[in-house]
Design a protein around this ligand. Structure first.
Ligand code: S3P
Length: 175
């Protein structure tokens, strides 16, 4: 496999857990974009947002995308807002297959309930409304993926098998 498999999708759709599971299943490297940024910046994502703001985070995110897409045959889990940036999308698309993970609002609400981890949601009073609004504004961007899996009622292993099935049918893997 020479292309990367890039997981996009909203917060709480399972990009990190499914990405890890998929990389293990395919025997390839796994890169979590948020973790990559955190280790470069030596700060957690909420710390970066609090100390330097969203614009700075997006700048670092853009740099990180440029770097990680150079890999070949890796599974890359992006952050929920990574593909808002047209250049990020183009860079990932050029060197990868884009797989979107989705979930319904109740599932997202439940999976992102813990405070202190998701600055985009913590900043809002009504969390459900914040999720609905952000989802609506990003819907068209997520829809540009090559393949989408609704993870609401699936385990990471089941999601992995769905993605493997898609890759196999497309001739991208033989596993
Ligand atoms: C963000 C999602 C987060 C992280 C940052 C911004 C977003 O990643 O990149 O907090 O704008 O949706 P996860 O989708 O992994 O939570």
């Amino acid at each position: 496999m020479t292309k990367n498999i890039v997981l996009i999708g909203f917060m709480g759709t399972g990009k990190s857990s499914c990405g890890k599971s998929l990389a293990t299943r395919l025997g390839c490297a796994f890169i979590d974009l948020d973790k990559y940024i955190e280790s470069k910046e030596k700060m957690s994502i909420p710390e970066i947002f609090a100390a330097k703001g969203e614009a700075y985070f997006r700048e670092k995110e853009r740099e990180a995308v440029r770097e990680v897409v150079q890999r070949k045959g890796a599974v890359i889990a992006t952050g929920g807002g990574t593909i808002k940036d047209e250049e990020n999308f183009a860079a990932m698309k050029e060197r990868g297959v884009i797989v979107c993970l989705s979930a319904d609002v109740d599932t997202i609400l439940q999976r992102t309930a813990r405070r202190g981890e998701r600055p985009m949601l913590d900043a809002q009073v009504d969390r459900r409304k914040a999720i609905e609004n952000l989802l609506a504004s990003r819907k068209a961007m997520y829809a540009r993926a090559d393949f989408t899996v609704d993870t609401s009622n699936l385990s990471p292993m089941q999601v992995t098998e769905e993605i493997v099935g898609f890759l196999r049918v497309g001739g991208m893997i033989r596993a």
